[in-house]
Ligand binder design. Structure first.
Ligand code: PEP
Length: 265
């Protein structure tokens, strides 16, 4: 089996002005030393991406777009094409739960976006995850299957290796940071869902792909719990929202990640 990299992704959502982003990056850069097979990805708001791309040291960090449109160009006022991110962002989030649940992004939309990202050589990070009520009704496996089959509908077995999956149970997002629902995904919950995801991928693309595909976890990850999540078999990193907005806490998450990577060797 290939050694999979570890990924820590900071999703800044709609936070930080241009100056704040730049200062944050400057401070974070002073605290982080690059490590082999560990990729730190920053997802700032779209309008700060370009200026951060000029500031960032690519030996330390990579950049991601939080969202993009799937058409390559044209009359789509207010949208940014993934094709326009070339040379700026290497990664793009697709189907984050806030896009699905606040902005009505459909499973079909995610399929178009993943395919567009691959076309433009941007790595799509396809976010999937069930709501609290879907989980309560025992539907999580079916929901995740639908999100995978729809999100990956345009992806052949040749390109699936270029896709990253992020499992983010909707009920666990931002619960540690002042969200409205108070539930935390336990490492045991995570372990069983990761197995479900990898078995769906096996069904769709075969055993080798299911072993090699990168699967991240997101849902109130912080410096206290990161170790317990990264210890779960089949988890390749974390997508961090609230705790990525503070230089101290985000740099400590990275330090813990390095420790656990070394311990695993
Ligand atoms: C997210 O936005 O993807 C996320 C996981 O947020 P938080 O870490 O705040 O739960």
């Amino acid at each position: 089996m290939e050694e999979r990299k570890t990924y820590i992704v900071a999703n800044w959502k709609m936070n930080f002005t241009m100056d704040e982003s730049s200062i944050f990056l400057h401070k974070l850069a002073q605290k982080i030393t690059p490590a082999k097979n560990l990729e730190i990805i920053l997802a700032p708001s779209i309008f700060t991406l370009q200026s951060l791309s000029l500031q960032v040291d690519y030996k330390q960090f990579r950049l991601a777009a939080q969202n993009f449109y799937h058409k390559d160009f044209g009359a789509y006022t207010g949208e940014v094409a993934v094709a326009q991110l070339k040379g700026i962002a290497e990664y793009g989030l697709v189907g984050h739960s806030e896009r699905r649940h606040i902005f009505g992004e459909t499973i079909e939309d995610t399929g178009h976006k993943v395919a567009a990202a691959i076309r433009s050589k941007v790595v799509p990070i396809l976010c999937i995850g069930e709501t609290m009520s879907e989980r309560a009704d025992g539907e999580e496996s079916d929901v995740i299957y639908d999100q995978l089959i729809g999100g990956l509908s345009g992806i052949t077995s040749h390109h699936i290796k270029d896709v990253i999956i992020a499992y983010e149970p909707v009920w666990a997002i931002s619960t540690g940071g002042g969200g409205t629902v108070s539930a935390i995904c336990s490492p045991d919950d995570l372990a069983s869902t990761i197995k479900i995801i990898r078995s769906h991928i096996k069904h769709l693309y075969g055993a080798k792909v299911s072993q090699n595909i990168r699967v991240l976890f997101g849902g109130s990850v912080n410096v206290e719990n990161i170790m317990s999540y990264l210890q779960v078999d089949g988890v390749d990193g974390a997508l961090v929202g609230g705790a990525s907005l503070n230089v101290e806490s985000f740099s400590n998450i990275i330090k813990k990640t390095k420790e656990i990577r070394q311990a695993k060797r």
